[in-house]
Design a protein around this ligand. Structure first.
Ligand code: ADP
Ligand code: MG
Length: 259
């Protein structure tokens, strides 16, 4: 049975999509079969795998609206064992569509349950908002990975995110544990990065796992999407590629320990 993970943080630009794309790709290198679910109407995860968002017959929205079975919307990528449930701008109409459902928060969970057995991991790239898509992702997933940008204001937004997670847990009785918090856009040359890391540790005081692997600020990670590639396929020797490989390895190690 596959494990569903949401890459979540309501702050934009903190590396959610970059993490979803490159962490997923690294997991496939380690022998896992992975589905990336693009829940952002901007469809950056979709294009990062070289899929043309303007030429899609079906998207995650088609599955949510019941137009097609989810299997039909899933697309293979040029990376072995890496599949995408793509998105495009049509997903911005999802709030209206979901509001027709009495159990609007369960829709993503329901459609993913049909394909959960086909993958080792399903990674949901969540948009930067606390709306209905985020609630659906929280309900659908078995665990959360929270990327946090190594900057001073990141910790302020964190309190809001924790509140939302707790609210969903209380109201919908579907707790999704935080599987790990990962520091992104880390610049080892600045004191700030190191400070944010130790602040994080203080904030969570051992309640949540903080990955030892940090993701450096690396230009190759930013360039790769414009070539329609995850960083591993764009520059396998880059620091960005190596960091996400290390993150996947650490994740699988802690998963093996806790199971
Ligand atoms: P989010 O999905 O949280 O909005 P993104 O993953 O799209 O964030 O990242 C925001 C921007 O920062 C993108 O242009 C992306 O290419 C860039 N970026 C993300 N992580 C890194 C990194 N580690 N090094 C350099 N650029 C990065
Ligand atoms: Mg994103």
């Amino acid at each position: 049975m596959g494990e569903i993970l949401s890459i979540i943080n309501q702050k934009g630009g903190c590396g959610k999509t970059t993490t979803a794309v490159n962490f997923s790709t690294s997991l496939t290198v380690m022998g896992k079969k992975v589905l990336v679910v693009d829940m952002d109407p901007q469809a950056n995860a979709t294009t990062s795998f070289g899929i043309d968002k303007l030429k899609l017959e079906y998207t995650v929205y088609s599955a949510i609206s019941g137009e097609v079975n989810v299997e039909k919307a899933i697309k293979p990528t040029f990376i072995k064992n890496l599949f995408v449930l793509p998105s495009n701008i049509s997903l911005s109409g999802v709030e209206m569509e979901l509001s027709k459902h009495p159990e609007y928060y369960n829709v993503l969970k329901d459609i993913l349950s049909n394909v959960k057995d086909l993958f080792d991991y399903i990674i949901i790239d969540v948009p930067p908002s606390l709306g209905v898509i985020t609630v659906n992702a929280l309900v659908a997933c078995d665990g959360l990975i929270i990327p946090i940008q190594a900057e001073y204001y990141s910790l302020e937004g964190l309190a809001d995110l924790m509140n939302t997670i707790q609210l969903v847990e209380k109201r919908l009785k579907s707790p999704a544990p935080i599987r790990g918090i990962v520091l992104t856009l880390y610049d080892s040359r600045t004191k700030l990065g190191r400070e944010v890391y130790s602040e994080l540790k203080k904030y969570f005081v051992n309640r949540e796992y903080i990955f030892k692997t940090v993701i450096p600020r690396n230009i190759k990670l930013a360039e790769a999407p414009s070539y329609g590639k995850p960083c591993l396929a764009y520059d396998p020797e880059s620091r960005g590629t190596k960091a996400y490989m290390k993150l996947a390895k650490e994740f699988l190690e802690i998963t093996a320990k806790t199971n």
